[in-house]
Design a protein around this ligand. Sequence first.
Ligand code: HEM
Length: 451
Amino acid sequence: MEVLITISLLLTIFFVFKAKKYSNRLPPGSMGLPVIGQTPDFLKALKADKVEVWFHERISKYGPIWKVGLFGNPTIVLHGPSANKFIYSCGENMLTNTQPPSTSRILGKKSILELSCHDHKQIRAALVSFLKLDVLKQYVVKLDEEIQHHLQMKWHGRTEVKVQPMIKNLTFNIICSLLIGIERGSKREKLLPLFQDMNGGKLAIPINLPFTQFNRGITARKKLVPMFMDLIREKREALEDQKHQSNRSKDLMTSLISIRDDDSSTMMTDEDIIDNIVAVMVGGYDTTSVLVSFLIRLLATNKSIYSNIVQEQQEISEGKSLEEALTWEDLTKMKYTWRVASEMLRMYPPVPMNFRRAVQDIEYEGYIIPKGWQCLSHRWKHALPDSSTSKYTTSHKKHLAKLYLTIWNLSGRAIDRKIASFIEKLVGATIPHQRQHSNHIRRARMHSYNT
Ligand code: HEM
């Protein structure tokens, strides 16, 4: 513990010294207290769903580029489309994929979010192999079943539901099934509190004391790792037993275990697998559940969008018998539903910020981003053009798609666009597919719960 505080203090002194060197070239702003910086204030805003306000207060005071102390690191915050473009396109010789210390500790050093260059490419290729279209198609039935069960158990017969916790619960269940092959039962229930503590600790002040969120996250990870080691061992054994049944659909963990190098040796170590499964679990959890929650709020408050979506979904539903599961082809017909979801992504970006680390002194817009400093890019809705008159038209959809593609392609990250669209469409699809639930959705009251 003392070691961590000493290191943080030494780093702070080092950065203060470094900041002096550039004092007239650093952007305006206030670093706050050593180590802690302005993190408590920021986390408070995040919890109260006021992070946009927090950013905008500072933008009006300092402009689009400013400095602050966050998560134990001196940080330069950049706003706006050109800043985003810069961050995603400047190359790894300037900015690396380093996350704040709490995220690195909870997700693990081998997670894709921490890797650069060859290592990043290798892990990304491994993850993408799981997300190929023909593999994804196999999961539609599985997801449909998971969602039907969820609606039956948690929505059916209720006059009021708290949407966000429900959707988080559903997202977690889908993640368990698809990513690690843990089906409903005691294992899932044991995993849930650990996952929640890890997710809660991923953005925290990196002080490891018994009462801190960071500590809860680390403790949860320590308990989760042996669980995942056992799971990996079980899956390896199962793979050995089923060597000749290549057509079986695999969860992500099994798929990562199966990947071989050119010389047929195992490509990913257990540590690689665990860190990346955790990263994908965390990466898919808040993002998807935030999007779907906002989508349902929109359905509850906007009658016209609600009826258009119901109409589209009913047309799909009418072509099927009651027992028939959803198919990939059904998803491709949900064009209007997807346009609405795209607009939700624009209005409420589930990932409003990304972190990087400067590997050299970088000059940007007349300021210096010193080597070793954290760089935070803030993506807010005005980063995308306003479309008030044509929100759900095809041209707007194309425009949005182009914009998101640009972001993903610049960063070399195409995988989650596919999976996010996939899961979201499916959740959207199930709403009117389960006709008896549509009235509950109309009445659903959105409660703002933040992680
Ligand atoms: C609406 C849903 C989603 C949104 C808006 C979203 C957004 C993003 C963004 C902006 C990044 C880039 C982060 C950065 O550059 O620092 C990212 C990366 C990533 N996301 Fe998502 N995501 C979503 C859903 C998912 C899902 C469902 C999964 C997995 C099941 C996932 C897994 C990942 C992974 C593994 C990365 C790292 C990719 C890489 O480094 O190449 N995401 N996501």
